[in-house]
Design a protein around this ligand. Sequence first.
Ligand SMILES: Nc1ncnc2c1ncn2[C@@H]1O[C@H](COP(=O)(O)OP(=O)(O)OP(=O)(O)O)[C@@H](O)[C@H]1O
Ligand SMILES: [Mg+2]
Length: 365
Amino acid sequence: MAHVVLKDLVKTYGGFKAVNNVSLTVNDGEFVALVGPSGCGKTTTLNLVAGLIPITSGDIVIGDRVVNDLDPKDRDIAMVFQNYALYPQKSVYKNLAFPLQMRKLPRDEIDKKVKDAARVLDMTHLLERKPRELSGGQQQRVALGRALVRDPAVFLMDEPLSNLDAKLRVQMRSEIKRFHQDLKATIIYVTHDQLEAVTMADKMAVMNGGFLQQYDSPAQVFAHPMNMFVASFIGSPAMSLIPLQASTANGNTVLTSAEGWTLKLSPRNARKVAGATTKKVVLGARHSTIKLHKSAVPGSIPAKAYTVEPTGDVTFVQAFLSGAIVNVSVPPTITVAPDEQIWLEFDQERMHLFDGETEMALKAD
Ligand SMILES: Nc1ncnc2c1ncn2[C@@H]1O[C@H](COP(=O)(O)OP(=O)(O)OP(=O)(O)O)[C@@H](O)[C@H]1O
Ligand SMILES: [Mg+2]
């Protein structure tokens, strides 16, 4: 396996920058997810690494080689796509063997590689079947197997699970994760599904509009989103973002809403707000950090329940606050009715504060 370095990578189409100065390092054996909304440049980035499209500027290093000008076949990579692109007339065995025959490997070596891959992916019993005799998940496993037999330095995967139904997707998610753990493979995995990225990857590269927004472990990105985009994209239901005005009097910093309520900040949060470029501050809170009360408690803010969504384990309540939608989760034993008056209490230790102008997270020091 090998590490991959992207350095100031740019791809323009006409005047449009699909990939905008992306720099990141994927360490040897690491599973990195490129994640972001549709059109943010994930596939373009992956295709640049694969060599399927030429770069506009920057560098791509795989292992110890700069591969900018190498053909895909010379980059020592294997790709797995959303549509498995299997040969319909060939058996699973022949689908796996074909790329190796093209490389003119000896027949017994091909046989060993195919059987090894089939064993790793638990599909030895499927080797004689044709793709049409396989389920979607099994077909996806064959596509993985075809990448595996090539023994590449890096696996590149573009939304490999998005053609599968929800249940199979969850199952294949853990299979790919297992595949990574067993092989200690270097994997770059594109997905628009933040949950896939969070659950599978060692690190996630969150992209938006061609820019890399944040590159870190899922836990770190979840706990410390750099800006409002990352905060709202990672986590489900999305983090609530409430626009407020900051003011300080007599040593106390408060956030005031257009509706008239105020929230007094802890000293640490007040220090964060002191670094804002203007008085505009956005309060961010994840659903699990907001307490819902049926009557006023000190520090709580009045709101009205808007929708109530029981999911079995937990009930999600949406409320409007200062023009923003706020998601709160409560145990299923608590019943809330739409339009019911409720009070919300924010956790000062776990709230996020953003600069309303720059949309960047505010820091205490
Ligand atoms: N050949 C092309 N010519 C012009 N623009 C392109 C071309 N390929 C991609 N783009 C544009 O570049 C941007 C990034 O596209 P890309 O396919 O990388 O997005 P993505 O993040 O993979 O999205 P999705 O989640 O929908 O697959 C999009 O705005 C797209 O329209
Ligand atoms: Mg794509």
